[in-house]
Design a protein around this ligand. Structure first.
Ligand SMILES: [Cu+2]
Length: 164
């Protein structure tokens, strides 16, 4: 065996033995918002990218800014009304792929805000992945961001509202 191929074998063995790094997960363009200054809940949106060769999954999120942090999605009920619900199994992020959390779809939900979300605030959120483990992201509050696809969904949390 030449020196070169010995080195190559050693590097390959080391690479195989390595666990998934949190660095394999990239969080792209995160932002958080609340509907109004009086809101007791808020949400965060971002694109999760998985640069590893293994499928991963966002299983939970936590933060000091709210009493509870949940993974939510929107579903249309039998009457065609969009409702939010918790996604207990979390959001899959395929190997080499991505999963977008966006307005009107999947999101990280903050319930019972400990402080109002002010424009420009940075919110520290820990995202826990099945394989990559904990990834801490600093998410800027952006109250001015428009939804990507024009039509904004009515997004009512907690209190059922009549005729909304
Ligand atoms: Cu929600």
């Amino acid at each position: 065996m030449s020196l070169k191929s010995t080195l190559f074998a050693a590097v390959a063995a080391a690479a195989l033995a390595m666990p998934a790094f949190a660095g394999d997960i990239m969080v792209h363009d995160p932002y958080a918002r609340a509907s109004t200054k009086m809101s007791t809940s808020g949400a965060a949106f971002m694109v999760l990218m998985n640069h590893s060769a293994e499928d991963d999954r966002l299983v939970s999120a936590s933060s000091d800014v709210a009493q509870r942090v949940e993974l939510h999605t929107h579903m249309e009920d039998a009457n065609g009304v969009m409702k939010m619900m918790e996604v207990e199994e979390g959001f899959p992020v395929p190997a080499g792929g991505e999963h977008a959390l966006a307005r009107g779809g999947d999101h990280v939900m903050f319930l019972g805000l400990n402080q109002p979300f002010n424009q420009g605030d940075l919110i520290s959120v820990t995202l826990t992945f099945e394989k990559a483990g904990d990834v801490v992201v600093e998410i800027p509050v952006d109250l001015e961001r428009k939804p990507m696809h024009g039509g904004q969904m009515k997004h009512q949390h907690g209190t059922p509202s009549a005729g909304d």
